[in-house]
Ligand binder design. Sequence first.
Ligand SMILES: Cc1ncc(COP(=O)(O)O)c(C=O)c1O
Length: 427
Amino acid sequence: MAAPPTDYRSRSLYTRALDVLPGGVNSPVRAMHAIGRDPLFIERGAGAEIFDADGFGYVDYVCSWGALIAGHAQPDVLAAVAAAAARGTSFGAPTELEVALAEEVAQRMPGVEMLRMTSSGTEAAMTAIRLARAHTGRDRVIKFAGAYHGHSDGMLAQAGSGVATQAIPASPGVPAAIAAETVVVAWNDPEALAQAIAAQAPAAIIAEPYPANMGLVPPADGFLELLRASCDDCGALLILDEVISGFRVARGGASERSGVRGDLVVLGKVLGGGLPAAALGGPRALLEQLAPAGEVYQAGTLSGNPLAVAAGLVTLALLDAAAYAALESTTRTLAVGLRAAAAGRPVSVQWLPGLLTVFFAQDPPADFEGAKRCDLDAYGAWCRGLLARGVYPPPSQFEAWFPSLAHGEAEIERTLEAARGAFEALP
Ligand SMILES: Cc1ncc(COP(=O)(O)O)c(C=O)c1O
């Protein structure tokens, strides 16, 4: 597919944007600083493809950062959203579809009996932590370096995703007293975990079961089981943040795939089918501590928004056994093909169904420090090469690729050809 010889309209839109949006974007990673270029402005998407403001098409591996597991403008999703919109876009009162979505999630996710919906994963993770603190009467929370749980104050310490991409260790503006309540431990490090627990008596351990915000860095054998056992021993709650892995790595997310259950699970992205929806799930005994059933306060004007719930329900209906088999096969073919395209360069590929990262390192990293040692300049140059060849990768080493159900053989072939060209063009 044609490579963009220039990006006149994107550049002029970016110039305009810089006057009215900080950094020209509404979320930092979109700025593409980490791969050494300015952002492309996107006009529309269809299936696996997006088209920029200058009319160039790209096979999209960002897919709204994983929200679009069925691809762009999927007809069933569009029809459901249009039908919901025609009935009214928001009521601030309960609707039947919210109940149906909670029932569907409870049926899919091991350990989830009830759901509290929010508009973003940030809010859902923040609420999970508040609930864990209320339940245990403790304040400290253990999180892992390189994991991202949204941008609430306490969760920005050594966070992955955009925080890592910008190389910000912690954000200014977070009160020291709040930062002190977060204890950061290296991922896949049992000794550091044991020490932190012994020193802190935490309210919760929060973890991405398959961390994907430092690139994809799966747990070492037994590490998730260790998290579960450690929480049981010390009386903390295990919060599994499945905003990325939920409904992606398996029908019931990482909780199903790994067999390890959290006390609370945080969901987002796929749950809203490309519209803003996220949720906190868990057993009745915990969830009913939330207001108005209990005293732990949480609320939201647009929580359980009818359009988002309609999109989420249709998206989940598309995710049957055949869909997961297709997603796994697509991701495997891509992973094997990308590794081969590197033709002996020091590049490794980690993958799970619907998720992959091409690391510019001989061996895949086991933790955030390892991810930071990758050749970030080479990754950036390769990504610029992919964009020039009609493939849109996540513009940061500290992110995962999100192949969707709309990525078929033609898109994979196009991707691998672009990948070979972009590798060959590297110095
Ligand atoms: C694992 C994880 N948790 C939480 C969040 C925050 O979700 P949101 O961007 O909807 O606030 C993200 C976002 O990428 C995420 O990847």
